[in-house]
Design a protein around this ligand. Structure first.
Ligand code: BG6
Length: 497
């Protein structure tokens, strides 16, 4: 039995370009679907601003409603930017101009690893269409970022696709709905695997593949099951081919998949609820099953039939997926929820949602706080795959109040992490889970993906910016900063306040 975390355990933090980087018009970057998403709140859903072929401008829901009539973006429409609207991803919290300062703070906390995503349209403004040259300024930006990480012995963990599609690919190929996007993605992968061969060892292909749907997340005009699951099949093929490329270019690199796997419990021991919970969970596990095992699981056909989707495969697709499984499974874990037969099935950032669990507390945004659920999930996944796992998102979004010196006493956050790390440790030491690392989400405050708000804060570092984009962007350490620094310094031994 292991006594503690492995020596080389990758403690760190996680971010994504569309919520953190900013600089949307700088350095030759092309537009991405995330650039057209307005801000919102828990009550006011985010919208996408589009322009129809005839020039009419309108707003559509960012999160599909399930009604194809409302959700479908007409052919020929494209995203447009309304100068009078605030789009949080445009400047986000401006990592683009603050990367040296931010990475120095991560270094001070003792990070071993920093998760960030590439803005695809910064590397290839049109997404890497046939004959397109990569954007040197974009490539250089990430090279500088990775070199900065090396100064502090921080391993970059790089997500290749996180919630943004180059707008050009959305317009011309229906995003991931079109097979052409697979080739474009692979051109981008080849470019970055080669260019950063000596700087990046850890890669993730597609963030939270299970929650993706519609224009905002996949660049598709439609959000119905047919297009959604066809696009996912394209992503499976693209992911497998990216794994292959990565290993060919750098045999020492590790490349993983990423699924939102916040856990689901049955409401009670009523057999329909117990089996129902297992089957509902398959809606998320199907993704890791395909990418970790290399084939569609036995329940897949029935699941697709129930959802009204038929997957069109090309000859050779199954063989590609089979030959190139992921090296590790990375996942987000935020909360648990409860399944029963009357549940309204839906997904959100962070994964499947069910009903509230009366036995656990909730955050201000209604996400259940359930540390034991993390041990449960780690055990569930390791029992299933017997391959390394990586927790690449975990944390609580809260309203943080600064005192007159700008300091935030976020004891609630420390408590959340303390309890989750304690359970994670049990999974490693008592259950024998092979866990590569732990990168809490939004280690520095950034824009919420779900609501577009800034006030839903996750970080160890406070960033002065409000929900309308006002603020100095000043970075200030919160109380949890020093606490997490101590946790890392003791390799998870000292969790005391
Ligand atoms: C995950 C995403 O869904 O959850 C992140 O990978 C996201 O991009 C995170 O930010 C937390 O969700 P939210 O809505 O609180 O930002």
């Amino acid at each position: 039995m292991k006594k503690t975390f492995p020596e080389n355990f990758l403690w760190g933090g996680a971010t994504a370009a569309n919520q953190y980087e900013g600089g949307y018009k700088e350095g030759g970057r092309g537009l991405a679907t995330s650039d057209f998403i307005t801000n919102g709140s828990a009550e006011r859903p985010r919208k996408i601003t589009i322009q129809l072929k005839d020039g009419t401008k309108k707003m559509v829901n960012r999160r599909p409603t399930g009604n194809p009539k409302v959700d479908t973006i007409p052919e020929g429409a494209s995203g447009y930017i309304d100068e009078n609207i605030y789009y949080p991803s445009h400047n986000a919290v401006d990592f683009y101009h603050h990367y040296e300062e931010d990475i120095a703070l991560f270094g001070e906390m003792g990070f071993k690893c920093f998760r960030l995503s590439l803005s695809w349209s910064r590397i290839f403004p049109k997404g890497g269409i046939d004959g397109e040259e990569p954007n040197e300024e974009g490539l250089k930006f990430y090279e500088d970022v990775f070199k900065e990480c090396k100064k502090y012995n921080i391993e970059p963990l790089v997500t290749l696709y996180h919630f943004e599609t180059p707008a050009y690919l959305a317009e011309h190929f229906n995003g991931w709905g079109g097979r052409e996007t697979i080739d474009c993605f692979l051109r981008m992968c080849k470019e970055v695997f080669t260019r950063y061969k000596d700087l990046v060892k850890y890669w993730i292909t597609i963030n939270e593949i299970n929650v993706l749907n519609g224009y905002a997340f996949m660049g598709t005009r439609e959000a119905d099951s047919e297009v959604r699951y066809q696009a996912k099949h394209h992503m499976f093929v693209a992911s497998a081919l990216a794994n292959k490329l990565c290993h060919e270019i750098n045999p020492d690199a590790k490349i993983g998949c990423m699924v939102a796997l916040s856990c689901i419990y049955p409401k009670d021991c009523k057999p329909e609820n117990v089996f129902g919970a297992l089957d509902y969970r398959r809606g998320a596990l199907i993704y890791s099953d395909v990418m970790m095992r290399g084939y569609y699981p036995s329940y897949a056909d029935r699941l697709f039939e129930e959802m009204g989707a038929t997957i069109k495969k090309q000859p050779g697709d199954d063989e590609i997926i089979k030959a190139n499984p992921s090296d590790f499974l990375s996942f987000s874990y935020y909360r648990s929820s409860v399944y029963h037969t009357e549940i309204v099935q839906n997904t959100d950032t962070g994964g499947q949602m069910g009903d509230a669990n009366p036995f656990v507390e909730k955050t201000e945004w209604g996400w259940a706080i359930d540390p034991i659920g993390l041990r449960y999930t780690l055990s569930e996944l390791y029992d299933r795959y017997q391959k390394p796992l990586f927790i690449v998102e975990n944390g609580m979004g809260t309203i943080d109040k600064q005192d007159k010196n700008g300091y935030v006493e976020d004891d609630y956050r420390i408590q959340y992490f303390r309890d989750h790390i304690a359970e994670m440790k049990k999974a490693v030491t008592l259950d024998g889970v092979d866990l590569m690392g732990y990168t809490p989400w939004g280690c520095i405050d950034l824009v919420s993906a779900g609501t577009g708000e800034m006030k839903k804060r996750y970080g160890f570092i406070y960033v002065d910016l409000d929900d309308e984009g006002n603020g100095t962007l000043k970075r200030t350490k919160k109380k949890s900063f020093d606490w997490f620094k101590k946790v890392i310094a003791t390799n998870g031994e000292d969790l005391s306040l």
